[in-house]
Design a protein around this ligand. Structure first.
Ligand code: SF4
Ligand code: SF4
Length: 106
C-alpha cells in the first residue's frame, strides 16, 4: 500500500495522518489550526472535569453559560487529513498522535 503514495516528482512519500489530540495536554494555542490547510481540527470548550461543551465560535466569546474552563483542539474531521505533518511541527506540547498511512492501511 505504501508504494501508492508519491510526491509530484514520483518520489516515495508516506503521509503521516493526525488521528488524535490529547485533551489533557493540549493548551488550545491554535498553532496547529493555523497551519492546517484541510480544516481537520477545531477549538472546543471543556468544563472543569474536561467534558466537551461544544465547538468555539470564532466570532463569539461564548463561555457556555459559565461552564467553560479552558479550550482544547479536537480532531473532528480526521478524514480530511492529507498527512502533511505541518501540525506536528508547530505543536509546543507534543500532544498529537500521528499514524503513517501504511499502518492505517494494514
Ligand atoms: S497532518 Fe497536515 S493536513 Fe493533517 S491535520 Fe496536520 S496540518 Fe492538517
Ligand atoms: S498546537 Fe498542540 S497544544 Fe496547540 S492547539 Fe494544537 S494540539 Fe493543542
Amino acid at each position: 500500500m505504501s508504494e501508492d503514495f508519491k510526491t509530484r516528482d514520483g518520489s516515495a512519500w508516506m503521509p503521516d495522518y493526525l488521528t488524535a489530540i490529547d485533551g489533557a495536554t493540549c493548551i488550545g494555542c491554535g498553532r496547529c489550526y493555523k497551519v492546517c490547510s484541510r480544516d481537520v481540527m477545531h477549538l472546543y470548550g471543556v468544563d472543569d472535569e474536561g467534558a466537551i461543551l461544544g465547538i468555539c465560535d470564532e466570532d463569539e466569546d461564548d463561555d457556555f453559560d459559565g461552564e467553560l474552563n479552558r479550550m482544547i483542539m479536537v480532531v473532528d474531521k480526521a478524514g480530511a487529513c492529507i498527512g502533511c505533518g505541518a501540525c506536528s511541527r508547530v505543536c509546543p506540547k507534543g500532544c498529537q498522535t500521528h499514524v503513517p498511512a501504511a499502518a492505517l492501511a494494514a
